[in-house]
Ligand binder design. Structure first.
Ligand code: CMC
Length: 374
């Protein structure tokens, strides 16, 4: 690791006190506003966790039932903002950039209406962009449906089964917030300038896009495709590590044990497989690849505890729900946007402008003059 300045990606630096979530990297525990992840991941709808995260950060926050209606109306509004030429232009862009471009059109502000627009819009725009890429029209939301069920309906053009909607709810709840990850920090920095919630969310989505953060699950499937068979897993993964590649879906800045979100999502996959919505051979291949990867990482990187992270089973779950792999980061954004908004409000309410310092290590003017003279 190149860490000449000793700051090491700000590892261990505390930059906020938050009431929103705690990531315990040693125990492998995630707490969201007092709730353990495994307590809420299976049972809650996305609307429930949005209500939880927003509580206290706006003058009034509707309860989960009222929020369901408000988010439905906000999806409709997001859909109505689409313009006739959008499909031709945006279908050619990577989906996360297309969704970001559409979000950039939303009006900025600091109120609940802005927040609800920002949470609602990624569901509508992800489905629209993915349909445009297939050459079919975007579908209008059904306001009466819960968020996750409507997102799947807008994508596939049919109402999902209860198990499919529940699996997407589990995913969205699981990724809604996660301490001061890179995208949340980016959102807080922008919020601290007073720029508004939409600007903070655009910063968040831009940080999320990178393969070291939210861009990993698509490449997880690319790796599984390349591995092909369980028998080939060790050989392929060893080659990847030997050539200096990082294995996508493994390792984490905070967790030194298994990421609890990986198990929440693996559980959702198991429940979904009961109704036959999961390709059993794919699941078996993934499990074999995971075991091989963990063994190789233990051998080759013994000094760093590298375990399965959230992205590994995200890839399998979102694939089983019929999301194209190019859209995985957009679905992540649909879940994480509620965390970005809550953190942005928390920063604005109690924080000052975030403005750290740097230490200048370049030449001073007299040095530069001396250098020029030679
Ligand atoms: N595969 C192989 N080696 C790895 C991996 C990996 N996935 N992750 C870390 N390492 C190695 C790294 O090469 C380094 O080795 P060395 O000291 O020999 O150079 C050592 O482990 C320490 O790495 P690091 O860069 O200090 O670790 P970090 O805390 O900066 O990185 C990470 C965390 C998530 C960026 C990294 O583990 C990684 O790149 N993983 C793969 C991408 C991925 O799955 N990202 C999703 C993260 S979870 C979603 C989220 O919460 O954002």
């Amino acid at each position: 690791m190149n860490d000449e300045d000793g700051l090491g990606g700000l590892e261990g630096v505390v930059a906020a006190h938050t009431v929103l979530s705690e990531v315990d990297g040693a125990a492998g525990r995630l707490v969201i506003r007092g709730h353990q992840l495994d307590e809420i991941a299976q049972r809650w709808r996305y609307e429930d966790v949005v209500a939880l995260l927003f509580q206290g950060f706006f003058d009034t926050v509707p309860n989960a039932a009222a929020l369901r209606g408000a988010l439905g109306r906000a999806r409709r509004e997001a859909f109505e903002r689409l313009q006739p030429n959008d499909d031709a232009v945006l279908r050619k862009m990577p989906p996360i950039e297309a969704v970001r471009a559409l979000l950039a059109r939303l009006p900025d502000g600091d109120d609940l209406a802005t927040a609800l627009r920002l949470v609602a819009a990624p569901a509508v725009y992800t489905a629209a962009v993915m349909r445009w890429r297939l050459g079919v029209q975007a579908l209008a939301p059904d306001e009466s449906l819960p968020y996750a069920a409507d997102m799947l309906r807008m994508l596939h053009g049919r109402t999902p089964t209860a198990a499919q909607a529940a699996a997407l709810d589990t995913y969205l709840v699981t990724v809604c917030d996660h301490g001061l990850n890179a995208s949340t920090f980016a959102a807080r920095v922008v919020a601290s300038t007073g720029a508004g919630l939409a600007s903070a969310v655009l910063a968040g989505i831009s940080a999320l896009k990178g393969p070291l953060h939210g861009g990993a699950p698509g490449p997880v499937l690319d790796a599984l495709d390349a591995i092909g068979t369980a028998a080939n897993a060790r050989h392929w993964l060893e080659g990847a590590v030997a050539s200096g590649q990082r294995l996508m879906g493994f390792g984490h800045r905070i967790y030194r044990v298994r990421d609890p979100r990986a198990d929440a999502l693996k559980g959702a996959l198991r429940r979904l497989s009961v109704e036959g919505s999961v390709n059993a051979a794919r699941f078996e291949l993934a499990e074999a690849a995971e075991q091989a990867a963990l063994a190789i990482l233990r051998e080759k990187k013994p000094d760093r505890a590298l375990e399965t992270n959230v992205e590994f089973y995200t890839a399998l779950l979102l694939e089983a729900l019929g999301f194209g792999r190019e859209s995985f980061t957009c679905v992540f954004a649909a879940g994480r946007v509620s965390g970005w908004v809550a953190h942005a409000r928390e920063q604005v309410k109690k924080g000052r402008l975030i403005r750290p310092q740097s230490v200048y290590v370049g030449p001073m003017p007299q040095d530069a003059d001396t250098e020029l003279a030679h």
